[in-house]
Write a protein that binds this ligand. Structure first.
Ligand code: SF4
Ligand code: SF4
Length: 285
């Protein structure tokens, strides 16, 4: 069945005021440590930090989805974006996607990941008709990546410094290639960190475009307490605009990203609906 891609509010500007998305917070753990992330809060892949989420099991998530759709029938996309990384919790993530697909054959499915452990799941993601995948790629040079990532844990081994960044990058690029081979719409997020990768974001966009990415999202780094980067200032809007303009030469830009929380629900840019949040609390028990 062909999914109604034009109903994805994050990828289609025309539908973002009409259709909503719902994130299911089923993925607590992460397999890397970004120097801007404090996971007492939420994942910055897609989220606004400083807001903790309830965690749900796959069955609780399905129950919550039923309730949320009763309250907000315009939900057209179900996404998994943390609060850790979906594929650091692959059993929970894949089970949730299977349950949602079995119960809602027409629902658009979406995941946002750091890409480290995405590759082994792409085959099944495509079978489940997950139509949109976001990978956050902050550097395509391991020397720069080594400044951004404190460590990477892959197949039960810990990596640090350029080794960590190189393993992450290799897996991200391979996953992006395979997503496109399978016809999945691929968005690349890149977080602009002044003095660290701001001069390098264009290289990320070029590389992503070369592998067939569909859309690029430059996200201003968000300063978070108790992180290695806590003293780095957030990028000036002028810097963000200039980088968007430059990277726009290589890939279409997403410019209305609202840094959604792992439990975001509803129309992008609007506060979470209180009644649905009550359902989330009830579902989490
Ligand atoms: Fe935090 Fe997300 Fe980075 Fe993991 S991938 S460390 S959850 S920002
Ligand atoms: Fe997918 Fe990101 Fe939109 Fe959530 S905010 S539905 S993960 S593109």
């Amino acid at each position: 069945m062909k999914m109604p891609i034009e109903k994805h509010p994050c990828f289609n500007d025309a539908s973002r005021h009409t259709f909503g998305r719902l994130h299911l917070p089923v993925a607590p753990k992460c397999n890397i440590q970004c120097n801007y992330c404090n996971r007492k809060f939420d994942c910055m892949n897609e989220n606004r930090p400083g807001v903790t989420s309830k965690l749900l099991s796959p069955n609780q998530a399905l129950h919550y989805l039923h309730k949320a759709i009763e309250l907000s029938p315009n939900i057209s996309v179900v996404g998994i974006a943390g609060p850790g990384d979906p594929f650091a919790n692959p059993d929970e993530t894949m089970e949730t996607l299977r349950l949602v697909r079995a119960n809602y054959p027409e629902m658009l499915l979406c995941v946002a990941t750091n890409g480290l452990n995405l590759l082994p799941y792409i085959e099944e993601l495509a079978e489940l008709q997950v139509s949109h995948v976001t990978i956050t790629i902050n550097a395509v040079d391991p020397e720069i990546g080594a400044e951004i990532y404190a460590w990477v844990r892959h197949r039960k081994k810990m990596y640090r410094d350029t080794n960590a960044a190189a393993i992450l990058l290799e897996n991200q690029l391979e996953a992006l290639r395979k997503l496109k081979e399978k016809g999945v719409t691929a968005k690349v997020n890149c977080i602009i960190i002044p003095g660290v990768n701001d001069q390098h974001v264009v290289e990320v966009a070029k590389t992503a475009a070369g592998l067939g990415a569909d859309i690029f999202n430059c996200l201003p780094y968000y300063s978070t307490a108790e992180t290695v980067f806590e003293n780095i200032p957030e990028p000036h809007p002028e810097m963000v605009r200039a980088i968007q303009q430059e990277t726009g030469k290589y890939l279409p830009q997403m410019q209305h990203c609202a840094r959604c929380r792992a439990d975001a629900v509803g129309i992008i840019g609007q506060e979470n609906d209180d009644a649905i949040m009550q359902e989330l609390k009830r579902a989490a028990g």
